[in-house]
Ligand binder design. Structure first.
Ligand code: DHB
Length: 392
């Protein structure tokens, strides 16, 4: 089997890349270990930056998002028992965010790719990626039926997420350096059949820990609260979850609207960057190269930004055989990656309760939140980063 760009992983990065290459007349084949149903059902984050929305629209993948997504022009910061609106649209030159779940983005991209003749091998396990020893890279994989196949290509795009195999094809120590930070807490996430409690998202700081009130639709709500990452969902009855969330967001009479909880899960929080994001003819994009803690919802958006840079570099190569943009890929992408790392770390640090946190730290956090809520300069920094800086 042969193609121009072999893509490992049918997550947001792999699918977006495949479609953008297609629009430039470049062939690709995607190898994905999960089934289509699993990809389309896994619950992840739900906030799209303005640039991600623009990119989806530009490549013809934005119709359902435009119809069913919710455009938010602001969000609320709650601390010290009160809410403060951050007017994103006003502070960030009219830019907004769209609440549209990641698995819906994936459904739209898979449908679009299949409709336009894209090849995606689902349930296919990559066994090796050979990118170092030749200028004709090869991806070997086992199909769903257990047959061994080889995909030869000009370039490999590693888009297989934080736990994928492609990153390992960049030799550790000699070439690759990983930067890590693990946070001493996780997020307990729920989906509940309930009406929205507020028109916009709420990020809450509280001495009991962080809470986030988000939404999925007029009758399904997404909420999170900071928890012990080793805790088990079995320890949390619906009543206990609602009273914990209410305790963290209440204070001035604000009442959460409750309902039946139909999904519960705990996610760990970590920051990670792999440098460089390329080696020979292998290019990493999205979570394969980095992950951010979820505060601020940068993960999917960062994957889209990587792909924007990579698709342009590959198009330039095929159009005029110039490797300049490909050679600069990692350097270009890492600038935004580290910006997003800083932003996600900042939001996380400002809003969460740390183990070692003292009364001093709580008061310092409230002072920082007050600055963001009252200074236009500070709020603008938050807003510009939250809605996403323009793509490189
Ligand atoms: C959601 C997730 C986030 O990490 C965030 O910052 C905002 C919203 C969500 O899942 O809705």
């Amino acid at each position: 089997m042969r193609t121009q760009v072999g893509i490992v992983g049918a997550g947001p990065a792999g699918l977006l890349l495949s479609h953008m290459l297609h629009l430039s007349g470049i062939e690709s084949i995607i190898i994905e270990s999960r089934s289509q149903a699993e990809i389309e059902q896994t619950i992840r984050a739900g906030v799209l930056e303005q640039s991600t929305v623009d990119l989806m629209t530009e490549i013809g993948a934005g119709d359902r998002m435009k119809r069913e997504g919710f455009v938010h022009g602001g969000f609320e910061l709650r601390f010290a028992g009160r809410g403060h609106r951050i007017d994103l649209q006003n502070l960030a030159n009219g830019r907004t965010i769209t609440v549209y779940p990641q698995h819906e983005v994936l459904k739209d991209l898979i449908a679009l790719r299949l409709r336009t003749g894209g090849q995606i091998h689902f349930e296919a396990k990559v066994t090796s990626i050979d990118v170092v020893t030749s200028d004709q890279p090869a991806i070997r994989f086992a199909t769903k039926q257990g047959e061994t196949r080889e995909l030869r290509c000009d370039f490999v795009a590693g888009c297989d997420g934080g736990y994928g195999t492609s990153r390992a094809a960049i030799p550790e120590r000699l070439v690759r350096r990983d930067y890590f930070r693990v946070y001493p807490f996780g997020w307990f996430g729920i989906l509940a059949k309930a009406p929205p409690s507020s028109e916009e998202l709420i990020y809450a700081h509280h001495e009991r820990g962080f809470a986030l009130i988000s939404t999925r639709s007029p009758d399904v709500q997404r909420m999170y609260f900071q928890c012990d990452p080793t805790d088990s969902v079995d320890n949390w009855s619906d009543d206990r979850i609602w009273s914990e969330l209410q305790a963290r967001v209440g204070g001035d009479g604000f009442e959460l609207k409750t309902g039946a909880i139909f999904q519960k899960g705990i996610i760990p929080l970590r920051s990670f960057v792999c440098e460089p994001m390329q080696h020979g003819r292998l290019f990493l994009a999205g979570d394969a190269a980095h992950s951010v803690p979820p505060t601020g919802a940068k993960g999917l958006n960062l994957a889209a930004a990587d792909v924007h840079v990579l698709a342009r570099a590959l198009s330039s190569y095929y159009a005029n055989r110039s490797t300049d943009l490909l050679d600069a890929y990692s350097r270009t992408a890492l600038r935004r990656v580290w910006r997003a790392q800083h932003f996600s770390w900042w939001m996380t640090s400002m809003l969460h309760r740390f183990h070692e946190g003292t009364e001093f730290d709580l008061r310092r956090q409230v002072a920082e939140l007050e600055l963001v809520a009252s200074s236009r300069a500070a709020a603008t920094t938050l807003a510009e980063n939250y809605v996403g800086l323009p793509l490189a």
